[in-house]
Design a protein around this ligand. Structure first.
Ligand code: MLC
Ligand code: AMP
Length: 527
């Protein structure tokens, strides 16, 4: 066997469809062959094993993404997915922080990393050309072909992937997971949600986060199922595919369900009936990454007959808690620990354990969720101090508050006000503040999340203009919006702005974030 089960060849499934995208379908056999060719190309002329070198890759969701991910793994590298929606500054931050040794792109999107590769003196490979790369057997027949060797063995304890996640301080940090940890995450969900080879998932999530990469892509591929990429999320198009009769599984963040509900409300009666009836036969519909409002759970049930399965996860732990596949799915809760996950609630001030698994030791008392298990990540990439601070006695400190009620966990929110969730994306208020403070017209600022039915939270920024440098402070937000968009991912751009003379502070001079949030609910709330 050349590697973990996800990408080891299996002749029995080689003719089965693995990926559907852009009107074409590709089999497991094709992914297998192409990823071997690309892996051999990545190794050609250099080492027998990439030996943990980081390889960044940028492409739209589709066949090439899977080929590239498997090729990096087969060659012994660490896969670092880059986000097509990100501006150059964010992409280059990840390339540099991960210290990528090579970059792979496909199509127009992928060519965006050709320049960065050149500037850094590292190779750029075009994944769309993988079919043109000679395989080992071609090379044997053609003496002009580059020398191609066998692929290295890849053990479960080797690092496989780095996903970037926002923290309470500054810029995103890389979460390193090994092949064994990813496999444990996958197997837990296969078991809990009963994935099978006849499933087909409609995939609409970004592929640089664990929800889109592991839950919605690696799980079905591990099970021998099919993944249909839906292209950029479009509510009406998603309804049409969900109602087509081809799809058995769907996974999304609450904002996507909110947008689907809005599209249903706006549709005519015949369309509504077709959509509702067409969705009913699906086997499983999951919501996660942010809190699903109870109202959305109920409306979805009313119009489709599906009680959405809500679960809780985190980049660092994979998936931790889930409502049951077969039993009662309770709105407003995230269920119980998934198979293989050890989970407890702890009172942060004293370290007292309040609940363990499904047993409440101090009923009704809320605490921090801590997690242990084979799916928990290894380290923050090149941040040993932050890694050490994230664990106590082998338990990962999630920073999420919860309570165990009648055997089901209910989340109460994050312990830090500086971590926001908007559209299912985790966002650091501090990162946005640090960026804004580098603008010449900004003297100070505070970024907060404002509760929002559709987005979970909307990002809001209160800005203190620099009186000397900002001659027209009232129009400052109009200048800041495009300036931020050039520098930060779209989902980190503040959607509400306020110019203030000073920020509310406590006696120690620290900004009072709840008071900043209150500013946005007052009479001066911007449109
Ligand atoms: C966009 N808009 C927003 C917004 N983002 N408004 C408020 N808040 C935001 N955050 C508005 C703007 O007006 C924007 O236009 C318009 O919506 C369309 O923006 P968009 O970016 O094109 O939206 P859309 O493509 O529809 O994206 C919405 C989405 C996307 C929900 C499909 O956000 C998404 O894919 N989210 C998934 C994130 C995810 O996978 N998270 C998992 C992390 S892992 P304009 O022009 O003004 O910009 C994890 C662990 C776990 O959390 O448990 O799973
Ligand atoms: P990320 O770092 O992007 O992996 O985001 C993980 C965070 O998303 C968790 O720490 C939670 O705060 C939040 N989260 C995930 N699932 C849920 C859920 N079902 N309900 C509420 N919050 C959630």
């Amino acid at each position: 066997m050349t590697g973990p089960a996800l990408f080891s060849s299996s002749p029995e499934r080689s003719d089965r469809v693995a990926v559907l995208a852009d009107g074409a379908s590709r089999t497991y056999g094709e992914i297998d062959a192409q990823s071997r060719r690309l892996a051999q190309h990545l190794l050609a002329g250099a080492a027998a094993d990439l030996d943990g070198a980081r390889v960044g890759f940028l492409m739209e969701p589709g066949f090439e993404y899977v080929v590239t991910q498997w090729a990096i793994w087969r060659a012994g590298g660490i896969a670092v997915p880059l986000c097509p929606d990100h501006p150059a500054r964010e992409i280059e931050y990840v390339i540099d922080d991960a210290d990528c040794a090579a970059l792979i792109g496909a199509g127009k999107t992928g060519r965006r990393v050709e320049g960065p590769a050149r500037e850094r003196g590292i190779p750029f490979h075009d994944a769309a050309d993988a079919s043109a790369y000679p395989s080992a057997s071609d090379a044997a027949a053609d003496s002009c072909a580059p020398e191609l060797g066998p692929l290295p063995p890849v053990g479960a304890d080797r690092p496989a992937m780095i996903l970037y996640t926002s923290g309470t301080t500054g810029r995103p940090k890389g979460v390193v997971t090994t092949h064994g940890q990813i496999e444990a995450h996958i197997r837990s969900l296969l078991d809990a949600w009963k994935w099978g080879p006849n499933d087909r998932i409609l995939h609409v999530l970004p592929l640089h986060h664990t929800h889109g990469v592991v839950n919605a892509l690696c799980c079905p591929l591990y099970a021998g199922a099919a993944v249909e990429f839906g292209g950029p999320f479009d509510p009406a198009g998603t309804w049409e595919r969900l109602a087509s009769g081809d799809i058995s599984v769907f996974m999304a963040v609450p904002t996507i369900y909110a947008k689907l509900l809005q599209a249903w409300d706006a549709a005519d009666r015949a369309t509504r009936e077709r959509w509702s009836g067409g969705v009913r036969p699906l086997r499983l519909m999951v919501s996660g990454s942010a809190a699903l409002p109870v109202r959305a759970f109920e409306r979805w049930d009313e119009i489709t007959g599906h009680r959405l399965l809500e679960r809780y996860g985190m980049t660092e732990i994979g998936m931790g808690l889930s409502n049951p596949f077969d039993g009662e799915r309770r709105p407003g809760t995230v269920g119980q620990p998934l198979p293989g996950v050890e989970l407890r609630l702890v009172r942060p001030a004293t370290g007292q354990v309040l609940a363990e698994g499904v047993e409440a030791l101090e009923p009704g008392e809320s605490g921090e969720i801590q997690v242990r298990g084979p799916m928990v990540f290894s380290e923050y990439w090149r941040r040993p101090a932050e890694t050490t601070a994230a664990f106590v006695d082998g338990w990962f400190l999630t920073g999420d508050e919860a309570v165990l009620e009648d055997g089901y966990y209910r989340l109460l929110g994050r312990r830090s006000v500086d971590i926001l969730k908007s559209g299912g994306y985790k966002i650091s208020a501090v990162e946005i503040e640090e960026m804004l403070r580098t603008h010449p017209e900004v003297r100070d600022c505070a970024v907060v999340g404002i509760p929002d039915e559709e987005w979970g939270e909307r990002i809001a920024a209160a800005v203190v203009p620099d009186p000397g440098a900002a001659p027209r402070p009232d129009s400052l937000p109009e200048r800041l919006d495009p300036w931020v968009r050039e520098r930060l991912a779209r989902y980190k751009v503040p959607r509400a702005w306020l110019c203030v003379a000073d920020l509310p502070r406590n006696a120690m001079g620290k900004v009072r974030k709840p008071a900043v949030q209150a500013l946005f609910h007052g009479p001066r709330r911007p449109s």
